[in-house]
Design a protein around this ligand. Structure first.
Ligand SMILES: NC(=O)c1ccc[n+]([C@@H]2O[C@H](COP(=O)([O-])OP(=O)(O)OC[C@H]3O[C@@H](n4cnc5c(N)ncnc54)[C@H](O)[C@@H]3O)[C@@H](O)[C@H]2O)c1
Length: 142
């Protein structure tokens, strides 16, 4: 698939798998919208990618994937950047083994919420046209 110039949304793109995915997409010529709750990290990544590769390759939208209005704002931003080609859902809470030793807020309610399919469906429904790549992660937590 030729992804050059195409737009992808990456939820959870401010860290871990999502960050890696966003960087990989941009490195291969795509544009990304990083949709994450962590504005400081997400904006720092966008700023770095912009310095490296130029204006317009990446954008950050503060987003809680469980909130419909946030999802709509993310899709609106993506559509404003060009042809929306896909969505990669990496938002979630990583396993305890990975978090050990890291400073991280405990959000037990979020763990369940993030691993429901609802946010994925929400963003799918909101996405206009184009191919969508939706990955649901962390099912083993349920
Ligand atoms: N890292 C792995 O090897 C691995 C393997 C299998 C599954 N997973 C699962 O994949 C998901 C991501 O793992 P990771 O290692 O990248 O974790 P991570 O903590 O590095 O990144 C997760 C990102 O999701 C964001 N996020 C959390 N809740 C959100 C919400 N409601 N809305 C928007 N953004 C939200 C966080 O702010 C964070 O930036 C987790 O659910 C994890 O359990 C990870």
């Amino acid at each position: 698939m030729d992804i050059a110039g195409k737009v992808f949304i990456v939820t959870g793109g401010a860290s871990g798998l999502g960050e890696g995915t966003a960087r990989m997409l941009v490195a291969n010529g795509a544009k990304v919208v990083i949709a994450d709750m962590q504005a400081d990290k997400g904006e720092a990544i966008v700023s770095e990618l912009t310095k490296e590769l130029g204006e317009g390759v990446a954008a950050f939208v503060k987003c809680d994937v469980s909130q419909e209005a946030d999802g709509q704002a993310v899709v609106a931003k993506a559509v404003s950047m060009g042809k929306l080609m896909g969505l990669v859902n990496c938002a979630g809470i990583a396993p305890a083994e990975k978090n050990r030793g890291q400073k991280r807020r405990a959000q037990p309610g979020r763990v369940q919420q993030n691993h429901h399919r609802q946010p994925d469906r929400q963003l799918q429904h909101d996405s206009p046209g184009g191919r969508r790549h939706v990955q649901e992660r962390g099912r083993s937590h349920r």
